[in-house]
Design a protein around this ligand. Sequence first.
Ligand SMILES: [Zn+2]
Length: 239
Amino acid sequence: MLLENITMPEFIEGLKKTTTVIIPFGTIEEHGTHLPLSTDTIQAVEVARRASDQAPAFVAAPIHYGVCTSTAQHPGTVSITAETLRRLIRDVVRALYKHGLRGFILASGHGGSLHYAAMREVAEELIYELADSKFAVFAIYDMVKWEAEDLIETKHDSHAGELETSDILYLRPDLVKGRDTESYPRRTDPFVARDKFRLWPTGVWGDPGKASPEKGEKSIELMTGKLVEVIKTMETFEP
Ligand SMILES: [Zn+2]
């Protein structure tokens, strides 16, 4: 049940079946020279949509902008502040709550640590503010971290690498423009870098060359399966 496509009566009818809603989170963020800026959103929305076909849940319209730190200077990335994201989540969750929704699954296609922290922080706040509310917060990739290691060949694969490229090759091959080359960022931990573009000009972390639509299909199926589990557990989970 995609909120953006259903009518008011369908929404009321849907509430009889479930009070759980998945809110997909994405970004407009560089993903090398070969993947679309909306890569994270495409994955989150598609996994949410597929999961809601297998277990009853509403799917809210995606939060399409996210907090991007290491890629904020790359052309095309539109990063918002953590404070804006927190306020947006609060407003969206409170509005959905007023309409009767109680289980909130905040599923992110973007794995940035500040982005995730903002999502988590709001859930920690609202769980005390909204009676009978329940929250699950995660990045969809983190749910399949171990399984994905068997699925792909690149050792330290991450942003716009083998896995993400495989996912988009499977979901939206029309948006994949060739393949960028294998590369990795230069890390400065524990120091905070100012010129992040200089440390990671390619914006690719991993090897897109090893990607395939078959790997993407498996990875999307894995993430969908995990999300279905979360939807089902939400019913009985006591916070
Ligand atoms: Zn991504």
